[in-house]
Ligand binder design. Structure first.
Ligand code: CA
Length: 234
């Protein structure tokens, strides 16, 4: 059972998927409501203020990406995309519009519930963070001291280049969110040229050598092939 009863808005026009999702949510004690069109989803998000939105992209009236953009004008609620669109470009478009995560159809109930648990952890950090921003980021044995601009792993200070440090901070500030290559390039390098992807990979490689015990099986930073990277809350 979910410890706190989170409310979930399901936005899905396919009754079979909607029923599957609502049955799964009910089994774990989530409150839930459903909308079958994009316009109804936006209205529902504004009036019932759910904690989390599960959003199909192919809706009968307006596209799901448009729903994300509209909701993001006033709300930070986590949005998890559930979509049959499996192209990287579709995932990237949804993430860049402000989605927090995506699940490709067909998906298992187990996967859906796991992503919801991740999102809930993210939500509980957010509510803790209504206090002033922490000056330290702690993720298991990795610690970033923002004030001192230092990083330690298992108590030992790491020597990062300024770019590696910037990249690590960006991932840490978005812990548990998938960041697209374009977003990272824009935020860290101030550019989004495709050619820069190669240098991003190089920086990620050297950063991993410093923060991961086994860089070929990274614990802290996951690769989403063709999409981007995510720092995992260990
Ligand atoms: Ca659909």
């Amino acid at each position: 059972m979910a410890e706190k009863s989170y409310s979930v808005l399901i936005v899905e026009d396919d009754p079979a998927v909607r029923n599957l999702v609502s049955t799964a949510l009910e089994s774990r004690g989530y409150q839930h409501t459903a909308a079958t069109t994009g316009k109804a989803a936006i209205a529902c998000a504004a009036t019932t203020t759910p904690d989390i939105m599960l959003l199909d992209l192919g809706l009968p009236d307006i596209d799901g990406v448009e729903v994300i953009k509209r909701v993001r004008t006033w709300s930070n609620m986590p949005i998890i995309v559930l979509s049959a669109r499996s192209d990287d470009s579709d995932k990237i478009e949804a993430l860049d519009a402000g989605a927090d995560d995506y699940i490709t159809k067909p998906f298992s109930v187990g996967e859906l519930l796991a992503r919801l648990r991740t999102t809930e952890r993210h939500l509980s950090y957010r509510s803790e963070n209504t206090a002033p921003q922490e000056s330290q980021f702690v993720n298991d044995s990795l610690i970033i001291d923002y004030a001192a601009a230092t990083v330690t792993l298992d108590g030992k200070e790491l020597h990062l280049t300024p770019m590696e440090y910037k990249l690590l901070c960006l991932l840490a500030q978005n812990v548990d969110r998938v960041l697209t290559h374009q977003y990272i390039l824009r935020e860290v390098w101030g550019t989004s040229q495709d050619g820069d992807l190669a240098s991003l990979r190089v920086f990620m490689g050297t950063l991993r050598k410093k923060i991961e015990t086994n860089p070929s099986r990274p614990r802290y930073i996951q690769t989403h092939v063709g999409v981007g990277y995510r720092m995992v809350r260990v």
